[in-house]
Design a protein around this ligand. Structure first.
Ligand code: ZN
Length: 201
């Protein structure tokens, strides 16, 4: 599967001049929710991800996603793996399990996101599950922004990666984009204005 082409076809891989949450500028942006607009396509992606996890021999009872961004990817991955799906939600300073979801002692859990950037949300979700007695067996995401090392990927982990190095990250592809400080941005120098994409409006 050509994952980059799947993202392009879904208009999930944008090209232009973008202001990122970090304050940096970039010529490319991954609008990761767009690739999940069509459930049929989403399950093709998670079937491929599930194959990687099964081939690695990782036993899993449950997929847990950090809400909101990870929920659809987590749900589809759970379907592909034939296990249950839960999600954790933000609270002050961390995340918590609500809505009657429970974790059994020793339950083997994969934390799934649509996209892993530095892995901050995924790490908070993992800490929540561990505090309830679950065991984190892997992290998973459809797309990896290249800060963390994925199983089979060529990029090494960067210092920004927050995920623990002793737990594997399964991801379909690395999307490593060049980022510029605003005063060094070549697109700004050409006179264009960066626009703010993403989930926060
Ligand atoms: Zn710029």
């Amino acid at each position: 599967m050509n994952v980059e082409q799947v993202y392009k076809d879904a208009n999930a891989l944008l090209e232009g001049h973008f202001l990122l949450a970090s304050g940096n500028h970039s010529a490319r942006y991954l609008q990761s929710a767009k690739v999940l607009e069509y459930p049929q396509k989403a399950s093709e992606l998670t079937d491929a991800l599930a194959s990687m996890i099964k081939d690695a021999g990782v036993a899993v009872d449950t997929v847990c996603a950090p809400a909101l961004g990870g929920v659809l990817a987590g749900y589809e991955l759970a379907r592909s793996l034939g296990v249950r799906s839960i999600f954790v939600e933000k609270k002050e300073g961390g995340m918590e399990l609500r809505r009657g979801f429970e974790i059994e002692p020793g339950e083997k859990v994969i934390i799934c996101e649509d996209i892993i950037t530095t892995g901050g949300s995924a790490l908070k979700a993992a800490q929540t599950i561990e505090a309830l007695g679950g065991e984190i067996v892997a992290f998973a995401s459809l797309a990896n922004r290249g800060f963390c090392k994925r199983v089979g990927g060529e990029n090494e982990a960067k210092p920004e990666c927050k995920l623990p190095k002793n737990i594997p990250l399964f991801s379909l592809a690395d999307f490593t984009f060049e980022m510029y400080a605003p005063d060094k941005c070549p697109m700004c120098k050409e006179g264009s204005t960066a626009i703010k994409p993403g989930s926060k409006g």
